[in-house]
Design a protein around this ligand. Structure first.
Ligand code: IFM
Length: 481
């Protein structure tokens, strides 16, 4: 009888998925979700201050008044980042803190806060990544039309110049907008986000003015920042999948891709608004008067990096007679966030879900990265948000053993690794989020953090996932799946 072959163990080197040298490991937050200090040092209300005070809009009546009190505890928080070994920290600047009311000169105290935060980061060897707008429009600008008014885009360009002027000597990577789809379509379409308007025409107007704001800000940043600075935008691109290959389902997917993705990538990256989007929505807005000569050229200001925020795919099918459109990923509302495609059906993709009810599907991230790479060759990509909410019940000793989040991060990072191996130029990954924080309409009910926050005491406790992520950063790799 032949001898039983000896099975050789796979060498340690191939037990891990190594990321390219220089791959940037970070974590992200946003001003209104963590800062608190809502009325301090000259900050004026944003649309989220107003919205969260409107009964019934946010779970439990929660507000961002205190949130994680990061405004006062930023040194502690940078210490936590340091312990994690973070290489970069993506945060947003609060427009109503920097430019109260959204017009006029900068507020020196508001700028000081960000100067101190950035200095603390640089001292800790952590690269600051500043986002100009993560949804906290000054309320005063909403009162003159908000994002439905063209003037708001002009004001945003001026605010961008103030921010770049103050911080451009120490922040080298800037993002203009975070997830403008949410600002336009959840804020002005379904109304589940501030300012809570529910008019499809307003949503489309907002989308165009956000695009224009991005163009104005990109121009202001380019004019003000040193040459080595890089400019990006963060889009929550929808990985849209038709339920079947039936032509009607394929058309539903095309429509959602148009109003979910190409409404932004079209003018920003592909030379203009896509004809099919204009046709699908022509009965809602008059694009010929909304988009003025020169707008598309302004929006197409070159960027250096595209930020992609990914959580779950969208599975869609053709409208069915009497079938109500349900969109599981974007909250409950009687109003659709999909102007012109209100009756497209959404289906919960198969698989386990997070505490948000979002299906966990890392293949969506891989597919999105590949599709984006193919659509925009030569444009470097980064994952500027990815993560998951879970209930995260602390054990008796106060620890959080969030193995479900470790599994989520591990599988999504493996998907990023696979996309890089398949040719996508992905430069970095920012975990959402550093801290548990104010999760918009869900208030403090949903926990996305790698670090647990006890809101009664403001005690921060790194979860098991924080330790796991620190290990990945240190090794520039994750275990093979
Ligand atoms: O918390 C949000 C973040 O502000 C924007 N992207 C999605 C996250 C989770 O919902």
């Amino acid at each position: 009888m032949p001898a039983t072959p000896v099975t050789t163990r796979v060498p340690a080197a191939v037990d891990r998925l190594h990321f390219p040298p220089g791959f940037l490991w970070g974590a992200a937050t946003a001003a209104y979700q963590i800062e608190g200090a809502a009325a301090e040092d000259g900050r004026t209300p944003s649309i989220w201050d107003t919205f969260s005070r409107t009964p019934g809009k946010v779970a439990n009546g929660d507000t961002g008044d205190i949130a994680c009190d990061h405004y006062h505890r930023y040194r502690t928080d940078v210490g936590l980042m340091s312990d994690l070994g973070l290489q970069a920290y993506r945060f947003s600047l609060s427009w109503p803190r920097i430019q109260p009311g959204g017009r006029g000169p900068a507020n020196p105290a508001g700028l000081d806060f960000y100067r101190w935060l950035v200095d603390e980061l640089l001292d800790a060897g952590i690269q600051p990544v500043a986002t100009l707008y993560h949804w906290d429009l000054p309320q005063a600008l909403e009162e003159t039309g908000g994002w439905t008014a063209r003037e708001t885009a002009e004001r945003f360009g001026e605010y961008a110049a103030l921010a770049a002027d103050a911080l451009g000597d120490r922040v080298a990577l800037w993002t203009t907008l975070n997830e403008p789809w949410c600002s336009a379509f959840l804020g002005y379409g379904s109304g589940v986000h501030a300012p809570g308007r529910t008019d499809p025409a307003h949503a489309l107007r907002a989308a165009h003015h956000l695009n224009l704001a991005h163009g104005r800000a990109a121009a202001a940043l380019r004019a003000t920042l040193p040459d080595h600075a890089r400019i990006a935008v963060s889009l929550n691109l929808h990985q849209v999948r038709p339920l079947t290959t039936d032509p009607a389902d394929l058309d539903a997917a095309r429509r959602i891709d148009a109003v979910g993705n190409r409404v932004f990538t079209g003018p920003m990256l592909s030379g203009g608004y896509p004809a099919d989007l204009l046709a699908d929505t022509a009965h809602i807005v008059d694009w010929n008067t909304l988009v003025r000569p020169g707008d598309e050229a302004a929006i197409a200001a070159p960027i250096d990096l595209l930020g992609i925020n990914y959580y779950t795919p969208a599975v869609v099918s053709a409208p069915s007679p009497g079938g109500a459109a349900v969109n599981h990923a974007h909250g409950e509302s009687d109003h659709s966030p999909w102007p012109g495609s209100e009756d497209v059906n959404f289906h919960l993709p198969p698989g386990d879900t997070t505490d948000m009810g979002w299906t966990i599907d890392p293949t969506g991230l891989h597919d999105l990265l590949m599709a984006t790479s193919r659509a925009h060759p030569g444009l470097p990509l980064a994952i500027t948000e990815n993560g998951a909410a879970f209930p995260d019940i602390p054990t008796a000793d106060g620890q959080v053993q969030d193995h479900d989040r470790i599994d989520y991060l591990h599988r999504h990072l493996a998907a990023v690794h696979r996309a890089i191996a398949d040719g996508a130029d992905v430069r970095g990954y920012f975990l959402w989020s550093l801290l548990d924080n104010f999760e918009w309409a869900y208030g403090y009910e949903k926990r996305f953090g790698a670090v647990h926050v006890d809101y009664a005491t403001q005690l921060r406790t790194p979860k098991a996932s924080a330790r796991w992520y620190a290990g990945a950063i240190g090794a520039n790799s994750v275990p093979s799946l």
